[in-house]
Design a protein around this ligand. Sequence first.
Ligand code: AMP
Ligand code: ZN
Length: 137
Amino acid sequence: MVPSRLLRLRARLAPIAAMLNKMSRSCVFCKIVADDAPANIVYRDDQVTAFRDIHPVAPTHILIVPNKHIPSVNELTEEDAALIGHMFIIGRQLAVQDGVDQSGYRMIVNTGSHGGQTVFHLHLHLIGGQRMRFPMG
Ligand code: AMP
Ligand code: ZN
């Protein structure tokens, strides 16, 4: 691509980039990852942060979030495959840590309005410590 076309493309993408940047700067989970908002953090590494849900629905209710801002499953790409796998492996580890691995638990990712998503920074719910209601939906 010739440089002038690249510059035009960059100018067209700038407002979108600015919007995404603004969204992540006002994102409560980004703030928790950056230690700019309080949370009961139970695990963190270079890829993910896990903390207790502020309104737990069961004795164990932990959110595992990627450290980078991904709004929802809708924005995932092939490049995120290892990160998503890591979120589940850490979830499994935290289930053991909270003593719910043998009794069982749920891992849930809500997406969009019909999915019940309220915080638009991807997160995996780990819920356990009581028998779950079924069916869902
Ligand atoms: P979802 O409805 O799947 O988007 O889940 C969002 C979850 O984030 C809810 O269970 C909220 O209780 C939880 N939540 C929102 N704000 C915070 C916060 N500051 N710290 C911990 N959990 C939060
Ligand atoms: Zn975020």
